[in-house]
Design a protein. Sequence first.
Length: 266
Amino acid sequence: MNLLKGGLFVMACSVAAGFNQSAIASEGTAFLDWSQLQVSVTGAGGSTPTVILTDQITNLTSSASIPGRTSVNDSTSLLGWTSTEETHARTGNTFSNTLSSRQFLSGNVEATREPTEPEHAHHPVEALSQGSRSADFSLDGPGVLTVSVPYTLSIAGGRPFSFFDAISASVSGKSSFNDSINNDVVFSLTSFEEGSSPGTQSGNLLIDIVAGTAGTGTFELGFTLSSQAPVIPIPEPESYAMLLAGLGLISAIIRRKSMTNVGRLG
């Protein structure tokens, strides 16, 4: 019985050394409700300037990578805000999707522990999704251009202070007018910090562009999802040797017990 326990212990050590079960480490989603986009102008001195939007662009990016194995990237840039399009990246069980349509701009990521060679264990599995929409604009007088869109963010998994096992989601708005850069607006969720924001968040992504005179500018609204997961080092040959040794020991014990039982019957 002691030999049997020893064999089982050897097998357990080999399993623990290299055959950890794959599990989802982190996942996240982002959604911009483009059907509720609001673009408005307020004037100064009793007059309201006219705003004209031009060069509307949609950008989508998806990527997924396992260190030492594969890296997949898919991106596209579309003229306009009405096209239905998707970018997709998958490697193993780790994936990223980014989608656009007339009604929404959205993305989701899922990073899963993946096996790789031990020399790559100091790099995480990664998934990234980014989507944005931008436009150039002109105003024929002073005023304030306001652009807003509802958003929802969601994250799950990840550990505090662990770059190798983290999930973050953010939405942002940025703008410029007459070559003057306005402050960025950012709302985010992350698992990286202790006591960080809750797992879901929704609100209104809003930017105000103040124009003191007539002129031209640009604005962009979008999201970023980033997910990392630790790798599972593939066992070294020594681990397999431990496993085979354990199996051989158990096989010898079973054969000896069988021979003993046969002797007793004889």
